[in-house]
Ligand binder design. Sequence first.
Ligand code: NAD
Length: 260
Amino acid sequence: KLEGKTALVTGSTSGIGLGIAQRLANEGANIALNGFGDLDEIESIRVAIEESNGVTVRYFPSDLTQVDQIEAMMLSIAQELGCVDILVNNAGMQHVSPVEDFPVASWDKVIALNLSAVFHTTRLLIPAMKENRWGRIINIASAHALIASPYKSAYVSAKHGVAGFTKSVALEVAGDGVTVNAICPGYVWTPLVEKQIPDTAKARGLTEEQVVNDVLLARQPTKAFVTVDQVAAYASFLCGDEAASITGSLQSIDGGWTAS
Ligand code: NAD
């Protein structure tokens, strides 16, 4: 259903972004991959997505905390893949620390990646989407775009910012065939979650097992992690014509977390 479309999925070398890239390729979209990791591994992922779906997949290694690298990436994508029709702002990072000890550099980095990069990719791609009178922008926010947890002040601030940005831009482009939505997942088992378990254990004085059961899954009434495939399927739905009236919305996929 997405034949002839091109999707940029930021942070797509791992976790949720990789799942979304695979899903959109499966539906016929050409893909711009972005993110960090082992270059040989990324090349095998790129070739596998390309070959199993008969689409074009290119990899752009830009660091999205750097505005000049985002701008350069957009030029390279335009040259190699043409216009971007679907933008999935997924790259993100976490830092867990009490606010009084929060390293200033970590604050700046979390805000740059989780919030400012979303602004930059959007501002750079909106003109072509408006001209084509079709576009989809999907921001992977978080349950933390709606509610807070302690020791995640930068992440929660950035994700609440993404929620506001999503609504504001959706209103600006509502008459142009471009929809802008945020998906707000609860805990999805990915490297991002796995990596924060030791720091959360330290900050709260718990064992790692207690963090999984008493902190993470305790928040989700389903007592199960959300899966990457569930988020990817929803992103794919938002790309379709059936979703043309869904814009400016924050879509929870959180096992009931934010219902309570
Ligand atoms: P992940 O750590 O598995 O993947 C993050 C991706 O971002 C990787 O491809 C990584 O290389 C890339 N990345 C990191 N820093 C980058 C940078 N400076 N420039 C470009 N790319 C960079 O994480 P994930 O769990 O798949 O998270 C993806 C998104 O989903 C994030 O925005 C995260 O906040 C959000 N999210 C995750 C969960 C969860 O439970 N995993 C829940 C809610 C929201």
